[in-house]
Design a protein around this ligand. Structure first.
Ligand SMILES: Nc1ncnc2c1ncn2[C@@H]1O[C@H](COP(=O)(O)OP(=O)(O)OP(=O)(O)O)[C@@H](O)[C@H]1O
Ligand SMILES: [Mg+2]
Length: 178
């Protein structure tokens, strides 16, 4: 194998995300039928499809909310089999939900810090990193408010900040579900 081929092979081994044959059935419908998807480092993708096409289902599978019926998922070359979202967060997969998915009983900053909590970061570091991300999404000053006190767009930015916070110190994959 030449150097160029070696580099190429290495790149493929370390793909941030590589899906093969993902299939998911719900009663009476195949939501995902043998889906293939590859994400290379630095890429940004949009998955388009009509209502009910299976976009959210695929994102939910990647984020560990549902298991796939068949197929395999590799994250940075490692075969994964998530049985809950916590395991996906541990592998740096962040998800911004179509319907926000914020914790109503947690303040804005506590929502943003959630992923860092799951990853075991210390409290002072969680708050410091989350405050930086809060500023990045333009919500400085809202840290102690509850989600219900924010507009829809602001709540969506909290969801985005929560996904970004996980990625802030680590390499990560973010999913923006539609
Ligand atoms: N939890 C579930 N139980 C049963 N059927 C489901 C479930 N989730 C999704 N489906 C079905 O799977 C199909 C794909 O739904 P999905 O939510 O993935 O579509 P989508 O592409 O995200 O659509 P939209 O553009 O409306 O958000 C639909 O027919 C839907 O009814
Ligand atoms: Mg959807």
């Amino acid at each position: 194998m030449g150097i160029a081929e070696n580099v190429q092979a290495e790149k493929f081994q370390n793909l941030p995300l590589d899906l093969k044959g993902i299939t998911k059935k719900f009663p009476g419908i195949i939501a995902n039928d043998n889906v293939e998807f590859t994400l290379r480092e630095g890429e940004i993708h949009t998955i388009l499809g009509e209502n009910g096409a299976g976009k959210s289902t695929l994102m939910n599978i990647i984020a560990g909310l549902y298991p796939a019926d068949a197929g395999e998922i590799k994250v940075f070359g490692e075969l994964v089999n998530f049985t809950n979202p916590r395991q996906a967060i541990e592998k740096s997969i962040g998800m911004v939900f179509q319907h926000f998915g914020l914790f109503p009983h947690r303040t804005v900053i506590e929502n943003i810090a959630y992923g860092l909590e799951v990853r075991g970061n210390k409290k002072a570091e969680r708050i410091e990193k989350s405050m930086e991300v809060l500023k990045m999404v333009g919500l400085d000053g809202w840290q102690n408010n509850y989600p219900r006190e924010l507009s829809g767009g602001m709540q969506q930015r909290v969801g985005l900040a929560r996904a970004l916070a996980v990625d802030y110190a680590n390499k990560g994959i973010k999913i923006n579900a539609i």
